[in-house]
Design a binder for this molecule. Sequence first.
Ligand SMILES: [Zn+2]
Length: 390
Amino acid sequence: MSKRGGGTVLRGKTVYVLGAGFSIPAGAPSQAGIMGRIFHLRRQGKAFDSARQRLREFLELDLALAEEQFPHVPLEDIYTPIDRCIANNCSFRSHTVGDLVRIRQALGLVISRAIAESIPRKKAPADYIHRFAGLLVSQAARRAEIARQATSTRRGKSYDPFAVISLNWDILLDNALHEALLSQHPGTGDYDPFGVVDYCCYISSLDEHDSRVRAGLFSLGCRGFNVKLLKLHGSMNWLQCPNCQRLYVGFGRKLRILDQIGRTQCRHCAKGGLDNRLQGSLVMPTFLKDLSNFQIKLVWQNAGLELMEATKLVFIGYSLPYADFEFRQLLSRMVRPGASIEVVLFRGANPSQFESEKQRYEQFFGKRKLNFHDAGVTGYMDKLIPRAGT
Ligand SMILES: [Zn+2]
């Protein structure tokens, strides 16, 4: 495979799998760091402050935790008992199922705000993500070049060099891809052959007049291209209608789409006289993950196909935790025996953690060829995409 992609036709398919470590150098919190950030934030307005107070009371009174323990409680330990009680329609201590649903909503709100507030609005810390986005866009754009004068779709269809599977909620890569796509082709005509971020499920644009948010397949039909980004745990720029299940998508570094939860009406359902308020669609860390959401299911099914077609997998900043058992089973079901596996982790100040994560991969992938990189995501990107002038 050519390192820079660009004008070269790539052989095989690379699937990148991104974990929390992909976004940490750009300022995003690790999952273990989210609780600390929640209680570190200043007052954020009424909705956030009362949601945080609800969470505080739950931790203190129901889980019997001391305040200094709040930053260290794993999210699974909060979500799993709540979700089990909701699923079984039984109370958790003195909380009815209705209370638990409200506590869960409060938790979702404070988590998404903690992540959004942690990420700097400036571009500089995410430079490596922008370079990665540029590389992906240049590789994917080749499909539009192939399609430009073609009378048959055969060559275009066979050009499918990569997909990205992300387990993160943050939208650092999403925004970087969208910006790279806009700068590559600034057009907004409905049939313009530009590229789009393709979440591999059915989407609508949050802003009715934003022609740059369109389905990947439609873009291919316009002789454009798609950059496949499959977000297994949902995304912070998605809102969903609880009635028609449409997924509304927006992009932008200043976007705080989750603040619109419960406020914005589904414009399609409104045409039929219905008042359905959009909801978030994040899949929370719990041992009882609810993957019954139609759009999320579609993303998982498509992710399975990408994994099956991959000749090479590159795991970046992902420790393959046992808690992600659904994703682990998807990998064991779909990854080819002959696929080559690259794993990008960060040895840094904690070599024993690096070694145990390495062993976890070796155990899981068995006889497959594994190659480990220990310089973290920024070190890996510097090798993959050298900075201009180096
Ligand atoms: Zn709707």
